[in-house]
Design a protein around this ligand. Structure first.
Ligand code: SF4
Length: 368
């Protein structure tokens, strides 16, 4: 494979071509989170991506700005995670991942940070041990906070800016009231970026009941406004996923600039279309049980990237999102009615082109 070919392929003469690749290092996880897809899907396949297979990706990393070493499992369980970080870093991309903080002790923190980890997110599901530990079962909030402090100590002692750290907080009915407290906690442990996210893959009735977003005109959560004000006071960058559908040309996973590689090398637009369970994947979309076939456009361990990326089906998939992006760019925002939102909240307007069929039952396409 020639890098020059890829650069011409992606229409740029210099610079990087992808914003992010998500590479699934492992599907193993020591936690039993209540919001996990594993709670409701049979046939979970626990496995690691062999490091020799991972090495095959090395020539591509120069095209990728950020490499997220993570799919549906806990990256820290991979026995060669440090090697993977080095490979990504040495080949010109920024490595990082989101973690439960499992097993992060002083020496692991030094290994990760010392080998070039650029960013790390910590998953929290409560601002008190009682709430967090009940949702993220087998995780203990004080241990996660200790790991964050350990990174800060390492960075201060070694005068390093990286890894940049953030908190990822999955909003549920059981924990949403604790968001203001979470911001205090973040400030206390030296984190100034907090992302509040939605439960996109809804797999069972408990999860459906716990999600805080609505597919129609749902209730406004006063605590979100309180959090916005508090974040400003504390000088914390707070990113909040929308809690109601919005006209969204391209989903937040942006398959035009990003892709997902599963542990076995299958290339898919995002994690939601290729979890490690048998197809079809069951989910509850806007309250309705649905099934979606897993989607792969090729195997990067067997075929060159350019062959996969330019394959007819992959091009067709992306072009539907591109059409939506072009449409939004050429119409006043207020005049657009996306067909999916129209079905949920009739209001009139110019219809946005449909998203690709595999995305029809994904909450992300509603901008949630
Ligand atoms: S809309 Fe959903 S399924 Fe489709 S690419 Fe985005 S995240 Fe993936």
């Amino acid at each position: 494979m020639s890098m020059g070919f890829l650069r011409r392929l992606f229409g740029i003469s210099s610079g990087l071509s992808f914003f992010a690749w998500q590479v699934e290092m492992t599907t193993r996880c020591p936690l039993q989170c209540r919001m996990c897809i594993r709670e409701a899907q049979r046939g979970w396949r626990p496995a690691d991506m062999p490091i020799d297979k991972f090495r095959k990706l090395a020539p591509y990393f120069g095209l990728v700005e950020n490499t997220v070493l993570q799919g549906w499992g806990e990256p820290l369980m991979h026995p060669h995670l440090i090697d993977a970080i080095r490979i990504v870093k040495d080949n010109g991309s920024r490595p990082g991942f989101v973690t439960s903080g499992w097993g992060l002790d002083t020496s692991m923190v030094a290994e990760l940070a010392g080998n070039g980890l650029d960013f790390i997110g910590f998953s929290l599901a409560g601002a008190t041990p009682k709430t967090h530990d009940a949702i993220r079962r087998n995780s203990h909030l004080p241990a996660v906070l200790d790991a964050i402090c350990e990174f800060n100590r390492f960075k201060a002692d070694n005068r390093r800016e990286t890894p940049r750290m953030h908190i990822v907080f999955l909003m549920l009915k059981d924990n949403i009231a604790e968001i203001p407290m979470l911001l205090d906690l973040a400030r206390r442990v030296g984190i100034d970026v907090v992302m509040l996210i939605n439960l996109i893959q809804v797999s069972d009735a408990w999860q459906d009941d716990q999600k805080v977003f609505s597919c129609g005109r749902g209730e406004a959560w006063a605590v979100i406004e309180e959090a916005r004000i508090k974040a400003k006071e504390l000088d914390i960058a707070l990113q909040i996923s929308s809690l109601n559908p919005e006209v969204t040309a391209v989903c937040g996973d942006d398959p035009l600039r990003n892709l997902f590689i599963a542990i076995d090398g299958q290339v898919s637009p995002c994690v939601y279309l290729h979890p490690p369970v048998p197809s079809p994947v069951k989910r509850i979309f806007c309250g309705e049980p649905v099934s979606v076939e897993k989607l792969s456009f090729g195997n990067i361990f067997d075929e060159p990237l350019e062959q996969i990326w330019t394959g007819q089906d992959y091009v067709a998939f992306r072009s539907q999102f591109q059409k939506r992006r072009d449409f939004v760019a050429s119409h006043p925002y207020d005049s657009i009615a996306s067909p999916e939102i129209e079905r949920l909240m009739p209001g009139g307007g110019v219809a946005l082109p449909e998203p690709p069929a595999p995305c029809l039952t994904c909450h992300r396409r509603l901008g949630l």
